[in-house]
Design a protein around this ligand. Sequence first.
Ligand code: ADP
Ligand code: GN1
Ligand code: MG
Length: 355
Amino acid sequence: MIEIAGRFDLPAPPTTCRPYGNGHINDTFLVQDAAGARYVLQRVNRRVFRQPEAVMANVATVIEHLSQGASSEREHLTLVPLRGAAQPWTVDQAGDYWRMYHFIEHSLCLERAESDQDMRKAGLAFGRFQRALATLPAERLHTTIPGFHDTARYYDRLTTALAADTAGRAADVAPDVAFALDRQDQADLLGGLARDGRLPTRVTHNDTKLNNVLFDATTREPLCVIDLDTVMPGLLVHDFGDSVRFGASTAAEDEPDLARVSFSLPLFEAYAAGFLEGCGDTVTPAEVQHLRDGARLITLEQGVRFLTDYLEADQYYRTTRPGQNLDRARTQFKLVADMENQWEAMGQAVAHLAG
Ligand code: ADP
Ligand code: GN1
Ligand code: MG
């Protein structure tokens, strides 16, 4: 790893490199150089990102755009150039792609919102991100994972995985499958609105978990949106929804005890307030109208994705214990059920905020 780190144009030689972070897809390492400066080195998951060069091009385009409007270097990621090369990435012997960012010092990365205020600030960060990227035409970005938030396509995969049942797990998950299939008729709601031109295609982040925002360690103000691998053309309501899915839950994404998992309306409201404030006049009335659909359907989609991966013997998401993907699927379905029970209140909260 140090050898890979040494290929980047650092002011002093790298001295240490250790695994870092909690991501499910890429491998992240924290590198320190002889002068004490720190960097984030990442190996891009080739199975998930089939066109790593297109991913890197998207990341570079978005960083370039964000840096134009930023008032400080801590407000956006910065790629470290490669020594003697034009592109900021390198390929190892196995054919894996690596890239490096400057570590944003004195920052906090939260796995859970510790208060409504944290959620509001995360909303502000992703809302501002949307606003800043509203001036970057979506055609400038590659679609690096086709159908990434095509919920109907994930249902098709679930059906295929159930029929194949390669891991012999289908019988254990009949109630979970039934929950998902009961809602299959709604899977194309947002896709249909996008095709009809009711929801605009924008540059979106597509992985807006709370742990993809860095906060200033002293002020706890949002600093920077990170994890840009999935930036591509998409829907604002999905970005909104994915934050709510992850951040408005009262428990971790893989909590095995469902009694601890519930959807928090106050956290939802706090996020929506920050997000709408951050978006400013970027957001359209149709997008506001469908924010809660974004939350519910992305949560349903994520449950379907986790359940499919469980059925396929955990090949996509990194797991650290048996049954983790099933636990993850179940938390998502519990959140969907809770959202359905609080559907009117979610609508009223958004309507009140959009005023
Ligand atoms: P993954 O796709 O695996 O989630 P991320 O790009 O989100 O990878 O990085 C994993 C973790 O590393 C983040 O949650 C954050 O804690 C930390 N991190 C990533 N980039 C930076 C950075 N530039 N500065 C500081 N911390 C970072
Ligand atoms: C993956 O890499 P990470 O952990 O930020 C996944 C997201 C899921 C998320 C669920 C490329 O994100 O789509 O929402 O796990 N990323 C990809 O926690 O599939
Ligand atoms: Mg991440």
